[in-house]
Design a protein around this ligand. Structure first.
Ligand code: ME8
Length: 642
């Protein structure tokens, strides 16, 4: 049944060009939106730009432009980028749109009239980069945690929103709606913020200091604080209050943001909605950072990756696939071009691309390019029950997409791809083709493989829409049918026997690394071993290490330590051991439970963030990624390695 679905991205600041981080969030929203279109939902997808405030005014000044001309220029960069990445947003909102500005004033007036806004003098520490006051508790060594600069002391009279009086309500609301903020770790983070008393929010800036903003409807000497202005885009973008789209889509809204803006979305926004008499959003979906060389990619650090460059070198669908496959939604991921190339060559060129060209080539070789009939009795074991596997894949894909576990949805599709490659190896159609009595089987095998490819082409549509359409064309699907709709993917046997197929194409050519700069000469692969080899050791040195197999029994985050996980491991000893590992940026605790790992069992115990760690797990790591060493088959816990 068709349900409404509404997804938003943050509206991006126009103080710099779009980069890979912005592209990731917006592609996530596009993928989930296309997924809902596939589920036959009625969808609405909003993105846009955040254009007011001091930060923007200063960026314009630096460029020697008026704020208006400057925001027009940078906002256009975002708006024009999205179609080039095949992002199909329904509306692009700008906070300088007169319709948005009118809604902000309306909401402010309502909250003011009901007595939730008051005027007061305030002296506090203000970070100009964040455009907000900081409490001492929030600063790190007296500096803004995001900008690493000391805030300035500012004393001024301002308007305040009574957030504090909604604190209890918000805590209860989050408990009553346990999947409102997800993944779980971010809900916990918001609840942790709420354990401390919430301060009222300063929602104005005097015009004597900042002019570039929305004038307060009840005091013309002040403009609205940018966050109070920006968050309202999610309702003004639907035409609130009168547009029927608002009534239809607001109750189901899902926001997608990165963890940098968890607080405004997890605390300010639900309270603003409550005060304005509007329902709170359905889900706040929070993802981690793309890091480059272990630092967050950001304009202020100057380490940004340009999405269009990657698209131009590696192809759009490969780029979209990599972003969705290599980041676990909610956790950080390290961007590097080597892993992008590896994904393209292994998952796309080898697994999917080869499967597709093998099957279509066989249709041409054995059946003159015509889809064979398969309504003859077939020997079930010959096609390894592809129909059942495909049905299970569709269910698993839906389940994972609903919770934005994109990497797991892709892994499920790739299980089917691998299964189909196995079917070809096991059934050996080239052998069947040699034997006249095996023609029925040959037809059945090829038909089932074509059907499997049709299902795969539909399932990859949200992530790789161009490849999906290309595959469908070469499978002879009816171009007038919306081929990705879920009911078509749940039915086996939709391809019409007798259809003439076009010649096969290469879906994904293998690629070489294209990285510029210093490693050009070595074709991207460093010629010198980095870091340098350590001094030689002998067998006795090595034998002093007691390496053992351990099974992870429990895993949880270490409070207040972003990178650490605490593991309880079974080493075959009478009691479980505790071990602390710096892998929280890459692994969620659940992912590790049940896995077998390799541990230095005789390492002197050490305390990490107050937890005594007895041993150390082995992991491969470089500046952008970490992989825990595991075994390729189960072994008893405690087995020695050597
Ligand atoms: O915060 N990794 O705008 P912004 C992943 N205007 N995502 C990243 C990223 C990274 N390294 N860097 C940026 C603002 N992003 C406000 C939002 S909403 C009412 C107002 C993405 O331009 C991610 O989605 O700083 C992050 O939350 C957003 O860009 C911040 O964009």
């Amino acid at each position: 049944m068709s349900e409404p679905f509404y997804v938003t991205t943050p509206i991006y600041y126009v103080n710099a060009r779009p980069h890979l981080g912005h592209a990731y969030t917006t592609i996530c929203a596009d993928v989930i939106n296309r997924h809902h279109a596939m589920m036959t939902d009625e969808t609405f997808f909003l993105t846009g730009t955040d254009e007011h405030g001091d930060k923007i005014m200063r960026a314009a000044k630096k460029e020697g432009m008026t704020p208006r001309a400057y925001v027009d220029k940078i906002s256009a960069l975002f708006r024009e980028l999205w179609p080039q990445l095949n992002i199909a947003n329904d509306h692009f909102i700008r906070t300088t749109d007169p319709s948005h500005m009118a809604v902000v004033q309306m909401v402010l007036q309502k909250i003011y009239d009901q007595g939730d806004i008051y005027f007061s003098e305030y002296e506090g520490k203000y970070c100009f980069g964040c455009e907000r006051f900081y409490t001492d508790r929030e600063l790190l060594n007296g500096k803004c945690p995001d900008h690493q600069s000391e805030p300035e002391i500012i004393k001024e009279s301002n308007y305040f929103f009574k957030m504090s009086q909604y604190q209890r309500w918000l805590i209860d609301h989050i408990h009553e709606h346990p999947d409102m903020i997800r993944p779980e770790r971010y809900k916990k983070e918001v609840l942790a913020f709420l354990r401390e008393p919430l301060e009222d929010l300063c929602i104005s800036r005097p015009k004597s200091r900042i002019k570039w903003g929305i004038t307060l409807p009840f005091d013309k000497d002040y403009v609205t604080y940018v966050w109070f202005d920006a968050l309202i885009n999610y309702v003004s973008g639907l035409g609130y209050p009168d547009d029927p789209r608002f009534a239809k889509f607001w109750p189901v809204v899902q926001h997608i943001v990165a963890k940098d803006i968890l607080k405004p979305h997890g605390i300010y926004w639900p309270i603003m909605l409550k005060a304005a008499g509007l329902p709170v959003y359905k889900h706040l979906n929070v993802h981690g950072y793309w890091n480059v060389a272990q630092s967050k990619m950001s304009k202020s650090l100057g380490n940004v990756i340009e999405p269009l460059q990657l698209k131009n070198v590696y192809g759009l669908d490969a780029f979209r696939f990599y972003l969705m496959r290599d980041m676990v939604f909610g956790l950080d991921a390290g961007f590097n071009e080597e892993s992008l190339v590896q994904r393209i060559n292994s998952d796309l060129a080898n697994d999917l691309g080869n499967l597709f060209s093998r099957v279509v080539t066989m249709v041409h070789k054995y059946f003159k390019g015509v889809v064979p009939r398969a309504d003859l009795p077939i020997e079930r074991e010959l096609d390894l029950r592809l129909e059942e596997t495909a049905a299970r894949t569709v269910e698993k894909y839906i389940q994972e997409m609903e919770v934005l576990a994109f990497h797991k949805a892709i892994a499920a599709i790739w299980d089917l791809v691998n299964q189909m490659n196995k079917v070809i190896d096991v059934t050996a159609p080239w052998e069947l083709a040699k034997n006249k009595t095996c023609q029925t089987q040959l037809q059945a095998v090829i038909y089932n493989l074509l059907e499997g490819l049709r299902i795969i082409s539909g399932l990859i549509y949200p992530i790789m829409p161009e490849t999906a359409a290309l595959m469908q064309k070469h499978l002879g699907c009816d171009a007038r049918q919306p081929f990705y709709k879920i009911d078509l993917l749940k039915q086996w046997g939709r391809l019409a026997p007798g259809t003439q197929l076009p010649k096969s194409v290469t879906l994904f050519p293998r690629v070489e690394i294209q990285k510029q700069a210093d490693d050009n000469a070595s074709n991207g692969r460093a010629k010198v071993l980095k870091p340098e080899l350590k001094p030689e050791i002998n067998m006795d040195d090595f034998a002093r290490l007691d390496l053992r197999v351990a099974t992870v029994v429990r895993a949880e985050a270490v409070p207040r330590a972003k990178k650490l996980l605490q593991l309880e491991i079974d080493l075959g000893e009478p009691e479980l051991r505790t071990l602390v590992a710096g892998i929280a940026g890459t692994y969620a605790p659940d992912e590790l439970v049940g896995r077998q790992i390799i541990v230095v069992a005789n390492l002197k115990p050490a305390k990490l963030m107050g937890v005594l760690s007895k041993g150390m797990l082995l992991a491969a790591s470089n500046e952008s990624q970490t992989a825990v060493l595991t075994l390729d088959r189960p072994m008893p816990a405690g087995t020695q390695i050597g």
